[in-house]
Design a protein around this ligand. Structure first.
Ligand code: DHE
Length: 511
């Protein structure tokens, strides 16, 4: 018998606990307002396809291939439940971010018409690299001949994804996860204009004729077309599927031979193509994003950018195009296969056997014996898959030291460079002989440190690799002898982008 003792019920966590837990464990990456920062927005509007039980698992165990860590060692199962509940609770008001807000954020610092015609420095303007350093949110403009910085400037918070260039390589466009688009002039080394196109943005694409930018947003569910000259907003396109289901944008890409933007969507079973040519003919297949729906949404009805919607049998997150840009490969959400969608035929034409979550966006195309092959790393399997781009068969799986994130090559080399940073051996860089289709060499230029993201210089003679840590560095290799030729300290240099390779759509890099 227990005398004089009160038996207490298990403590239940109150609403203020949820707010406190969120502030302690989530706000730094997902934003104090839950609108997203380095991590995505955590709102019911953006978690639509994730069941609560899965959300709890992600909070406990983290998410593969992202910066989301597991919290099971810091939080009790009950606290995890409370947090999951919290992120599914609607905000009193989700800020609307339509044309009026976008316009109000627009800053033009320099009149583009008044800019000098030539660079204000002497070096090869096409062999510059834009290096994104997220360690202290800066961008370095690096001379690819001398490997000396031309400029370093503060960027918006948490830039992500490829820097994009104007077709002449003069301007670079940067996107931050919190929606800011920056236009920077490489000739005069200054910011020209900025605009906030979304609350939580995925990426930006530049039309191959240099006239337009298309921004893909996670929040709100929109695409935003901008005038490339000064970033003036042209049109807000609601991403709406059947039954008014809206979707986050997974990524938007430029398809130069088609004069169109192609859009991967996270929440609806569709791929969108948005022509930007002035003389785009009538749409023969598929169907154009309805004028009426635009009217209902009250946003830019019938603007010049109309989406041709192609239905797909699975959600396609990540894209890779063939050389013609007629066929697009996408990774299916279950991470087990790839699908090939023909943008002319407007449906899936093939399936590719690709288990282990291929990271198609960082794949490359190379030519061997007169055929085009595509090579891709996998986020969950220690392998590089090689796919024949005529038959869509996986012809080789090259075992690596671990799953990897990025892969790069160049027209003037027979090698591809990969990282294996998703596995345990985060410091290894492996080099693949593309002719033999096997590993030629393993390098560890910074033992014990996370090393990733290769990019070649204009000539293909040098490869730049990042040590992706707060006190990281950029390491320059001779691409034939695999020897280090330069090192420079950098603050978590997540990505670097060579002007020439990007504007020429090199088959060894991303576009
Ligand atoms: Fe990225 C590009 C998606 C996490 C660094 N990443 C891209 C692109 C997409 C994408 C769609 C193509 C954009 C473009 O070309 O304009 N990235 C995703 C994710 O879904 C994922 C897994 C989860 C997420 O957080 O959104 C993810 N990415 C990361 C990181 O954790 C990385 C390593 C560090 C960071 O900055 O967040 C990272 N992503 C990069 C880089 C590129 C990129 C460096 C550009 C690659 C290139 O060479 O073009």
């Amino acid at each position: 018998m227990v005398v004089g003792m009160t038996i207490l019920a298990a403590p239940t966590l109150a609403a203020e606990d949820a707010t406190r837990l969120y502030a302690e464990h989530c706000a730094a990456c997902h934003g104090g307002d839950r609108l997203g920062a380095i991590g995505p927005a955590l709102l019911p509007e953006n978690l639509g396809r994730l069941r609560k039980a899965e959300a709890e698992k992600v909070i406990a165990q983290g998410r593969d291939a992202t910066q989301m860590p597991g919290h099971a060692d810091k939080l009790s199962p009950e606290q995890i439940k409370v947090l999951a509940e919290y992120v599914y609770t609607p905000l009193a008001a989700v800020p609307s971010w339509g044309m009026a807000e976008i316009k109000a954020s627009h800053v033009v610092s320099v009149d583009p018409a008044g800019l000098p015609a030539r660079p204000q420095w002497t070096t090869d303007p096409l062999n510059l690299f834009t290096v994104v350093e997220t360690g202290d949110h800066h961008v370095t403009i690096l001379d690819g001949d001398s490997f000396k910085p031309l400029a370093r400037f503060a960027s918006r918070f948490a830039l992500h994804g490829g820097a994009k260039y104007s077709p002449d390589g003069r301007f670079v466009y940067l996107a931050s996860r919190d929606g800011w688009i920056t236009k920077y002039d490489l000739y005069t080394l200054q910011i020209v204009a900025e605009i906030r196109a979304g609350v939580n943005t995925r990426n930006v694409a530049v039309s191959h004729d240099g006239r337009f930018l298309m921004v893909g947003n996670m929040l709100p569910h929109t695409l935003v077309a901008l005038d490339a000259r000064d970033l003036s907003p042209l049109q807000v396109i609601p991403v709406v599927g059947d039954e008014k289901a809206t979707s986050r944008v997974s990524a938007v890409y430029t398809a130069p031979p088609r004069s169109s933007f192609v859009v991967a969507l996270k929440d609806i079973l569709e791929v969108w193509e948005i022509p930007y040519a002035d003389d785009a003919g009538p749409v023969m297949n598929g169907f154009v994003h309805s004028y009426e729906k635009g009217l209902e949404e009250g946003i830019s009805p019938g603007g010049r950018f109309q989406a041709i919607r192609i239905r797909t049998p699975d959600y396609l997150d990540d894209f890779f195009f063939d050389r013609t840009y007629e066929r697009v490969m996408g990774a299916s959400r279950d991470g087990k296969k790839g699908l090939v969608v023909d943008l002319d035929i407007k449906r899936k034409i093939a399936e590719i056997d690709l288990p282990g979550m291929p990271h198609l966006g960082s794949g490359i195309i190379f030519r061997k014996d007169g055929r085009d092959y595509m090579a891709t790393p996998h986020l969950k399997e220690a392998v590089i898959s090689i796919i024949d781009m005529e038959t869509w068969k996986t012809v080789k799986r090259i075992p690596t030291l671990g799953p990897g994130f990025f892969m790069r090559s160049h027209e003037n080399t027979g090698y591809a460079w990969i990282d294996v940073s998703m596995g345990k051996e985060k410091d290894a860089i492996q080099i693949i002989d593309l002719n033999a289709m096997e590993i030629a060499r393993t390098l560890r230029p910074a033992p014990g440190r996370t090393t990733a993201h290769a990019e070649f210089d204009r000539s293909g003679k040098h490869v730049l690799i990042s040590v992706m840590e707060a006190d990281g560095e950029l390491i320059v290799f001779d691409a034939e002898r695999f020897e280090v030729v330069a090192r420079m300290p950098m603050k978590r240099p997540v990505g670097k982008y060579n002007v020439f390779n990007k504007i020429n759509y090199s088959s060894g890099t991303s576009h």
